[in-house]
Design a protein around this ligand. Structure first.
Ligand SMILES: [Zn+2]
Length: 245
């Protein structure tokens, strides 16, 4: 049954891709992740949106990262991402979490970041777990869309004001019970491990780490700042570099 449904889904996606092609859309496409929908299309007056169909699908159990040198253009609130790197749906040290559907994995088009951000993120999560063998994988939420740009409410839930140039990522606090899902209450957060996670991003030179006011988390005041709507996840922003590198 599930195989039939999966095949039907692919047929539908192929039809959608054909329609996009007829309409003058993406020139190259392949099969999408079987479990993922197309994102809302960007208004034609603004920056081009992501392709309807993912050109480089995540093969099950084979989460290869296609590294390339990215550029972060503009600002976190008004910018875009060139040659973004897509985070796989899961890895040895992390799972991804869809903040709109409240489930794992996150959809493919919400997982693009600057290569420097993706490397920093993976290094922090790898080192955190190496320092604490046996701790659960950490949840990674939204990063940017494939070409960055608007990630506002039309992409679900309250959306993001920033997350536009690939230098922002949401990371879920580890849970005391070790379950791989978001902590919906601060009492569910493993405070000690979460504090170390914050410290490690600070140590990596993050420009900002935003944490929720009820979490009790902190750090150097110029970097670690409290922000509403961050009691279930922290938000890391890397410093921009000249030329968007
Ligand atoms: Zn965020």
């Amino acid at each position: 049954m599930s195989m039939f449904r999966s095949v039907s889904r692919r047929v539908l996606l192929s039809l959608a891709a054909s329609a996009a092609l007829i309409g003058g859309g993406a020139a190259a496409f392949g099969a999408a992740d079987a479990d993922e929908d197309s994102p809302p299309q960007a208004p034609s007056a603004t920056l081009p949106g992501p392709p309807l169909i993912d050109p480089t699908p995540d093969a099950p159990r084979f989460h290869r990262i296609r590294w390339r040198r990215s550029r972060a253009l503009g600002l976190p609130f008004a910018g875009r991402l060139v040659r973004g790197v897509r985070l796989p749906p899961e890895g040895r040290d992390f799972f991804t979490w869809d903040p709109v559907r409240k489930r794992s994995p996150n959809r493919w088009w919400r997982r693009y970041g600057h290569d420097r951000l993706i490397r920093t993120l993976l290094r922090v999560l790898r080192e955190l777990r190496a320092a604490h063998p046996g701790v659960p994988r950490i949840g990674v939420g939204d990063i940017s869309r494939p070409r960055g740009g608007d990630f506002g409410p039309r992409f679900g839930s309250i959306g993001h004001a920033s997350h536009q140039n690939g230098l922002d990522v949401d990371v879920y606090y580890p849970r005391v019970d070790g379950r791989e899902r978001r902590a919906s209450r601060v009492s569910e957060i493993d405070r000690e491990l979460a504090a170390e996670l914050v410290d490690r991003f600070v140590h990596e030179g993050a420009r900002y780490v935003f944490v929720g006011p009820a979490t009790g988390l902190g750090g150097p005041r110029r970097v670690v700042q409290t922000l509403a709507h961050h009691d279930d996840h922290l938000h890391v922003r890397l410093r921009p570099r000249p030329g968007g590198r």
